[in-house]
Structure formats: C-alpha cells, structure tokens
Design a protein around this ligand. Sequence first.
Ligand SMILES: [Zn+2]
Length: 473
Amino acid sequence: MKKPAVFLDRDGTLIEDAGFLRDAAQVSFYPQAIAALRRLGDFALFIVTNQCGIAKGHIHPEEARAVNDHVVRRLAEAGISIRAVYCCPHERSDDCECIKPKPYFPRLAERDHEIDLASSFVVGDHPCDVELAHAVGAKGVYVLTGHGAKHRAELRVPGTVVADIGAAADVIERAHAVAILRAEGIVAFPTETVYGLGADALSEAAVRRVFHVKGRPATHPLIVHFGDASLMAEWAAYVPNAARRLAERFWPGPLTLVLPASTRVPAIVTGGQDSVGLRVPRHPMALALLREFGGGIAAPSANRFGRVSPTTAEHVRQDLGSDVDFVLDGGACAVGIESTIVSLTSEIPAILRPGGVTQEEIEATLGRKVPVAQTSNVRTPGQMKTHYAPRAAVVLVPPEELEQRAEELRKQGRQVRVLSAKDVAPHVLFTSLRRADDAGVEFILASAPPEQGLGLAVADRLRKAAHPRTSKE
Ligand SMILES: [Zn+2]
C-alpha cells in the first residue's frame, strides 16, 4: 500500500536558519522538532532543501552534505528515520528542474518510495514550501519559525499557518485521523477522561469494526461525541430543557447525556435502543479533531472489552496494537475516569454511571435530587458488574485492615500490591491497576474512597474491578 509522506524543509523548520551552514557544529534543532517527528511514525519522512549557497559559491557541496548527514544522524539517534534528503544546489537564475516549488523531488519520492502524494504534507517556513505542496496535490503547512513570520504576507496559495514544527505535527496528525475516519477507518484519540476508539457514527461498517476490535457485545451502546453543543439536536429526537442546562454548564467536559435518539442514529450505535448517549469532550485534541471532522464520532474506551480503560496512547498501543488504524497521542488524560452518564429519557433524571462530573454538581445545576440508578432499563457503557478488570484479583478491604490482609496473603506466598489512597485518585486509578498487572501481582488490595465527589466514581470502578469473575482470562 502507498504511504503518505511528510516533506520537511530543513533550515528554519527543523533547525535554526543561521545563514549558509557549512558544518555540523552550526546545526541547532528547534527544541520541539524531535518530539514532533516522533509522532509522525505513520508517514515516510523526507527533507527537501534549497541550498542556493552552493550555486552562489558560499558553501561547497560537500559542506552542505555534511550538514544534511549530521541532521539525519541526529534524528536516527532519536529513533526517527529520514528516507531521503533532497537537496537543490542551484539558484533561481539557473532555471533548474529541482528548485522548490517545482515538483521534481516529491515526484522522485513518489516513484522510488511508493508515496501517495494526495495524502502527503509539505512543511516549511517559506511560501515556496506551500507552493510545492500545491504543485503535487499535497497539503501545505507553513511554520512561523525561520523566515516564516517575515514572508507570511507572500503566501499566495492555501496552507495551514502554525507556530512551529510541533504545531505542524498536530495539524498533520489530525488531518490524517480525519482522512482515516472519512474512509471508514478507526482512530484512537485522547479525551480528558480516557482514550476513545472512534469511528464515524454514521458509518455502520466502521462502527461494526469498533465492536469487533473491542470484542464488545453488540447490545452495548456507544457514546456519540461531537465538537459543539449546538449539534445535540441533530442526534437527539428532542432536547429537554434539563439537557440544555447540563450541556451549557458542563460541555465541553466529562458528562454524557442520554436522550431519545433521532432517526439518523444507526441502531448499531444505540445497541438497538431508542436512546443515545451524547458528549462534547473537553480535551483540546479531541475537540479539534471533532470540529475538523464535523460529524459525530462514536467511541467506547480504546481497550479490549472488560479491561482497564487506557489513559495514555501507550496503553492503547499495548492493548489494541495494529487493530487500530491510528492513535492520536495527546499525553496522559487529565480526569482519568470516564464521563458521568445522566439519563434524561424520562421525567426523572438519573445518573446511570458516576464519573468525571459529580452527583453534587449535577444536582446543583438542575436544582433537584438526581439519584444514581441501581438498575435501569437503559443499557449504558460500563454498566456490567464485571468491568474495568485488571488480570490480578482486586480485593476491597477497609483502610485499617489493608496492611494486615496484605501480610496474610504474603505469608501464603502470594504476590500482593496494596493501593494507597493516592494510587486510587481518579486521574491515576486505571494507571495504578495497569502497573500492578505489569508487575505480575496476583492480588490488588485497595480501599474504596468515601462516596462523595469523584469518590463515587472511583468506588464504582473499584467495585466493578473487584467483582468475582467466573473465568480467568
Ligand atoms: Zn535545483
């Protein structure tokens, strides 16, 4: 299959533009360059540079090559592979074929490295970089480092303008994710709660793949995420006032509203029910993705069904590997526990799952009691008794008995980990459970926190993790 590429300008984009560079000692990478390129692992990377100093006699071709070799070597040491460095040694009056924005080098890459130019990008600090993108049907990203700020007014063709190479990587990753979603692929993305495994909510085929990859029962509904509260009316058959108030107060944020589903919502998203869960997440990367995509993204947590929810991109890769088409890496999730689910399908609102917005906050907003439903005839994510389960057996004990119980188990020769109150704080709970699994312990001992504020959600997840399983996976 043909690969998308990123063609990177060198001076002013990856490294500081200090005039005509003649040796390695003059090379100074922008601080964010290496982290940015590491995130572009799905792309074939090339450097395309105009070195008119050679034609003008300021530098020898060998000196330009030494600088290029050094840049490639430094990147290789950081685990980043550059497929080729394309260097035009001419000046504009030479009327050569290879000077930017002439398409010579990207065409070479297309021929020699099986590159799909239509899904590729050119990043640079000069208008000719964006023009080069335009010339080959790729997308241009213009950085304001180097000469970028100075020449910005000369930018005549459409391109995305960003601060630096780090922001350019954001744009590229996001555009790539949107393209995959539009082609009915599946993408893992960060939200403030946990990482989600997303598909176009209107594509039955894509949503079906999410169920398949997760190993999730088809009767379990997915939450539809979108980028703006005003889209709520497109997904709900009607929007009660209580929903408007909660959305206004908590969106974007960790709150899911269950409303009567509009007829456009595919049955596979609702699990065959006539209601649908809707949310606008707060994570800037999720919001930007949803706004660029424009539609709804149906997404459960990006882990195998019944397992601990992922709060880093690395968790997602460990769990799902190549089953997911792309992972947008947004670092660790800030809330770290799933959204609160509130049902507004009947006269009396109810919390179907405690989460990142507290019961107290919801009650204060609606000016009434909102009970946590013990049983409900609306099926929601995370409602099964056994869920969020690490491989180790989770045992809940009162705080004062923690050490004694651990000691008893250790005397029997068992591997035990005790989770402190700090370890079960909402934003680290799932990471703590994963770490215990990674350490290979048999028992995780923990105490549920008081059931107020976010403690309600933590206690809920711990109880579900602790529920005895009939079979050991
Ligand atoms: Zn040339």
